[in-house]
Design a protein around this ligand. Structure first.
Ligand SMILES: Nc1ncnc2c1ncn2[C@@H]1O[C@H](COP(=O)(O)OP(=O)(O)O)[C@@H](O)[C@H]1O
Ligand SMILES: [Mg+2]
Length: 397
């Protein structure tokens, strides 16, 4: 097979040749857009799951669907890189307004809304100054209180969208990066536009504890949004994700080969893409057989170690690495923090809690419940046991 025809797409946020197992999410989103466009209320969607399950590419797809329905969209925006989340929202808002003015001739209304965006961004400490060729609005979105100002900003977007007979979609990725007060402001603002039946919606994604973080920020967040877990694909879906892209190009898999890959990839979309790519490059002829799978197996493992697990492990300090390795040494998660701490070599759990917190902060682990931790990357424990056994780590002094 020609390498240049390889249809597989391993990597972060790379749109797969076939989006397997997401039909229901796409349908529900389409009906959300219809309902909200018609002045109805429907809960916005929040997706959560481990790394590599397909959160980002699903958001990309929803962004396209909304645009096709005539909505203005922000495109997928990763939050958390700016010191203040309001800078990201100001940028998203101005982008939405520009799109609305391009598609619908409502320049005056958009200019008025842009002056509100300007007011909003002026009060953001250390914010990026947007180049907006309008006066600063007075008395709207400029109190300096993030909750109140974000409510004003979203209302303005919603009213402008309504005037344009359109809608506005915010698409937020890595939402777990936002701190509690930022999440609270986001909840409050989306509740306000939903109450006012304005055509504004949110689709967001983040790590598995995103829902808990939102509920801690605002208790009503559990009813405000619809939460969807993204995990392993079911066997049939994983099968299709692997086999279909090749068969479209005239290359088949034997049944045994496909079953073996689905098993090795444990149904994780990212791993399926990685196997698909290597198999395509390695196999001489169609159909791809179980012997081909056996041949690329180590290559794929190496590839994952180098590109997926390795760089994440390197993000941790020595003491944090020891913490990760002590987790993995206990089998599969979730892990009790007390047990991890003693295996780490701490006499007192307080000794390891800064390391645990820093790993949480870096998004390498998450906490399924109080006193427990688990990896955010699928099958990380297997990688660590193979490549970094605890015995090889020095005992902390
Ligand atoms: N539904 C799917 N079907 C097939 N492949 C997918 C699917 N979702 C994601 N992928 C592939 O999985 C990988 C990870 O996707 P990504 O959206 O970056 O995951 P996440 O954002 O959850 O970390 C990419 O290589 C992508 O092409
Ligand atoms: Mg992602």
């Amino acid at each position: 097979m020609q390498r240049r025809d390889n249809p597989y797409t391993p990597g972060a946020g790379r749109r797969p040749p076939l989006l397997a197992g997401r039909d229901r999410d796409l349908e529900d989103f389409t009906s959300l857009v219809e309902i909200v466009s018609g002045g109805g209320a429907e809960r916005s969607l929040i997706f959560y799951g481990l790394r590599g399950v397909g959160k980002t590419v699903l958001l990309m797809e929803l962004d396209i669907l909304a645009a096709e329905a005539g909505w203005a969209t922000t495109d997928v925006q990763e939050v958390g890189s700016q010191p203040d989340f309001r800078s990201t929202f100001a940028q998203m808002a101005s982008r939405l307004l520009r799109e609305m003015s391009r598609r619908h001739r409502i320049k005056d209304r958009v200019d008025r809304a842009l002056s509100v965006v300007k007011a909003f961004s002026v009060v953001t400490p250390g914010g990026v100054q947007l180049k907006l060729d309008v006066e600063v609005a007075q008395g709207v979105a400029d109190t300096g209180d993030p909750e109140q100002d974000l409510v004003d900003l979203l209302r303005e977007i919603g009213e402008t969208a309504r005037a344009a007979q359109s809608g506005a979609l915010f698409v937020i990725d890595e939402m777990h990066n936002l701190d509690s007060s930022s999440l609270a402001a986001v909840c409050m603002a989306f509740q306000a536009v939903s109450r006012a039946r304005l055509p504004v919606a949110l689709v967001a994604a983040g790590l598995p504890d995103l829902q808990v973080r939102l509920m801690k920020a605002k208790p009503y967040a559990d009813r405000l949004f619809e939460y969807r877990e993204l995990g392993r694909l079911r066997d049939v879906e994983a099968h299709v994700a692997l086999v279909k892209p090749a068969s479209t190009l005239g290359v088949e898999f034997t049944r045994a080969a496909a079953t073996e890959v689905v098993h090795l990839a444990a149904g994780y979309p990212y791993f399926l893409q990685e196997y698909g790519r290597e198999l395509w490059n390695a196999a001489e002829t169609s159909p791809i057989t179980a012997a081909d799978v056996a041949e690329v197996r180590d290559l794929v493992k190496e590839q994952l170690a180098r590109t997926f697990y390795g760089p994440r492990f390197d993000m941790a300090t020595d003491a944090e690495q020891r913490y990760l390795v002590a987790m993995a040494a206990q089998g599969d998660g979730p892990y009790a923090t007390s047990a991890v701490s003693s295996l780490w070599g701490a006499a007192d759990q307080r000794r390891t809690s800064p390391h645990r917190d820093s790993l949480l902060q870096k998004g390498l682990i998450w906490s399924p419940r109080r006193g427990q931790v688990d990896f955010t990357v699928p099958l990380f424990a297997d990688f660590l046991r193979d490549h970094h056994p605890l015995e090889r780590f020095e005992t902390p002094s």
